[in-house]
Write a protein that binds this ligand. Sequence first.
Ligand code: ZN
Length: 252
Amino acid sequence: MIRRTASRFGLIADVHANLQALETVLAHLDSESVTEIWCLGDVVGYGGDPSACIAIVRERCAGTVRGNHDAAAVQPELRATFNPHARAAIESQAELLEPAERAWLAALPPLIELDDVVLLHGSAVDPAEFPYVLTESDARRELETQSASWGFFGHTHVPAAWRRDPSGPVEGMVLPAPPAALALDPPGRYLVNPGAVGQPRNGDPRASCAIFERGSARLHRVALDYDIAAAQSAIRRAGMPAIEAQRLEVGR
Ligand code: ZN
């Protein structure tokens, strides 16, 4: 039986071991009385607090899909495609993880299919290779086979949305500045990235998440200030590459 989501649920993606950003986003979702939260993958990698983030996501999220960093933490051969600093970060994190944490990462599903909702990290078409969805043609590749009205993904660390018209064409949508809502009305099909919690790359250093209201088909994107200096200290303390701390200030 396909599980039904709550009428209103939270979406978080790309936490990347950033405890300060994760706590800020979850406090916001609590303040909005969002009780069901789904995680779009990459709980680990880059940041200073992988174990703490795993513990919180395990406890708080209704489900989590497998990101490429989650997979690479437990499958060293997958690090070959990573750039040198991403590889250095995941290698040192992998050594720190407890067996139970590794087992949890290893068991994450590539996709979660809910009623009329699909959750993925990079690609539902090729979940093992993690291609990026950055362009209209990337989105078309996904939306041509997406049967759910709403697909939510991460991986690019850039908030974005595409719509497939019932007659076929796919086009990018303009995201309104938070807190304005984005209309995702059927019968169109949608592929939406809520932005990264822990390592944004859209030039906005704030922590992103989103709240989706099924009944009205409205997505509320959220961008929150958080304690970047504390996240940077954690990265330095954990011995992660310095670039991972620096980039948090600029959101790139
Ligand atoms: Zn990521």
